[in-house]
Design a protein around this ligand. Structure first.
Ligand code: UFG
Length: 330
């Protein structure tokens, strides 16, 4: 049996592939390489270069009937881009996910693990936010993912497939063995951008708003190490294999850090002040998002091992350095 990983050449997907290989699983990657890298997929993994919107390609990929689970990472992930191009996001994230779910049902794939997002919550009065909270995304990105969750819920009720939708909070950091990391040069995520600024690959880091209703005025997020996030996927896979029922799980630590606290962590790691500039608030940003993370621990038995922000930042910096060497060589 194989595990199909869509978006397996991307940041989070490539870490999933490594973890599956480490666990002795057979892996098939489908990726259109729009933001991923062929080199991020290790040798020995079946690689299908193509788009999940291509129905014939999906049919072919699943035709052997030996796919035990689809772990679906492929998608667009930049919140402000989704505000500018909602229909592009609904196509890439929602319509294509519908096609993938349909292909999974047609091929009799028993399990589906979906990359959802904390952005489904929007702005909430209560923090941390639990899975039972009102779902009220404030960006098309969040809505595009929420619609996919709802399709999965209804499909699992009608067909013989179980799923886990994992609502990621802010994923950061890199593989502790240095095999993969966030590699997109145009990444917009805070820790990645801060690492690039710290290494001189960007002139400065812009702080998007200092007037939020938070203690220091900058937005608060729950940063989760990519290795811990992948451990949650492995736990979800084993849970579904063991007959666990379909469900959604927050993936975060339950602890938030402000933009200024992240900047301090980068400065601690490099022992150097970061060049920062104040900018306007970014459309679609919620002031605070912190995970209520009981369910993932209790139901999936997830026990994170890399919760320290300094460790997350150090691993992001380490990867950024490696990436420079890698790109210089290739
Ligand atoms: N930020 C800056 N400057 C930057 C980049 C980010 O100040 O250059 C701030 C943002 O305004 C925000 C915080 O840092 O307050 C985190 O921003 P990111 O872009 O790193 O992440 P987001 O919170 O916007 O979004 C991420 C993922 C989504 C996910 C969401 C859930 O991209 O997929 O986390 O919290 F849904």
């Amino acid at each position: 049996m194989t595990i199909v990983v869509t978006g397996g050449a991307g940041y989070i997907g490539s870490h999933m592939v490594l973890a599956l290989l480490d666990a002795g699983e057979d892996v098939t990657v489908i990726d259109n390489l729009s933001t991923g890298f062929r080199w991020a997929v290790p040798d020995g993994v079946r690689f299908i270069h193509g788009d999940i919107g291509d129905e014939a390609l999906l049919k072919r990929a699943l035709s052997t009937g030996d796919c035990e689970a689809i772990i679906h990472f492929a998608g667009s992930i930049v919140v402000p881009d989704s505000v500018a191009d909602p229909l592009g996001y609904y196509l890439n994230n929602t319509v294509k996910t519908r096609g993938l779910i349909a292909a999974a049902v047609a091929a009799g794939v028993p399990h589906f693990i979906f990359s959802s997002t904390a952005a489904v919550y929007g702005i909430q009065d209560e923090m941390p936010v639990f899975e039972t909270a009102r779902l009220d995304p404030i960006s098309p990105y969040g809505t595009s993912k929420l619609m996919s969750e709802l399709m999965l819920r209804d499909t699992a009720a009608a067909h013989d497939i179980t799923y886990a939708a994992l609502r990621y909070f802010n994923v950061a950091g890199a593989d502790p063995q240095g095999r993969s990391g966030q590699s997109s040069p145009r990444a917009t995520h805070l820790i990645k951008v801060a690492a690039q600024a710290a290494l001189g690959d960007r002139p400065y880091l812009e702080i998007f708003g200092r007037d939020y209703p938070t203690p220091d005025g900058t937005c608060i997020r729950d940063y989760i190490h990519v290795t811990d996030l992948i451990a949650a996927h492995m736990a979800a896979l084993n849970y579904l294999r063991a007959g666990g029922r379909s469900d959604v799980f927050n993936c975060g630590y339950g602890k938030g850090y402000s933009v200024l606290e992240v900047i301090s962590a980068v400065e601690r790691a490099t022992n150097h002040p970061l060049v920062v500039r104040d900018g306007p608030p970014r459309p679609g940003d919620a002031p605070m998002l912190v995970a209520g993370a009981k369910k993932v621990r209790e139901r999936l038995g997830w026990a994170p091992e890399h919760e320290d922000l300094d460790e997350i930042v150090a691993s992001a910096l380490h990867w950024e350095n490696r990436l420079k060497t890698k790109l210089a060589v290739s």
